[in-house]
Design a protein around this ligand. Sequence first.
Ligand code: 5GP
Length: 144
Amino acid sequence: MSLFGEYDSQNIFAAIIRGDAPCYKIYEDDDVLAFLDLFPQAYGHTLVIPKNAKARNLLEVDGDTLAKMMATVQRLTGIIVDELKPDGVQVMQFNGTAGGQTVFHIHMHIVPRWESQGIGAHASGKGDPAELAALQERLVKRIG
Ligand code: 5GP
């Protein structure tokens, strides 16, 4: 998909926002939803999305929405780092197919990284449901 085009309300994140598809939710407020990546590249891989913007990417999202999303990204990154104690953390965002994007509703990735572990392939290799559920419970307890 190109960098430019129409927002498709059938994309999987739009379905998750509507409640039409499940997710391992770890945080939600009026503006932002955060949930575990179903195909995690590392333990704790989290996605943060705006709920009210029909924006496919960074070029389309309005500044107010972006600011709210990034404030949540910063707060959750701090909590995830504190809870999971990684050696580092990647915060990433992709735009357009050529830019690595596979779901066309703007989102940020929070990916904890450990020196002893490489990073998994992007958007491939489904996470273990029991592990994701346990991690969801652990993070929800911390986030409150
Ligand atoms: P992108 O490639 O667009 O930057 O990131 C999309 C992310 O969404 C990928 O990391 C991929 O693993 C994840 N993903 C794809 N489908 C689903 C899904 O149905 N549920 C969740 N939680 N994550 C998904």
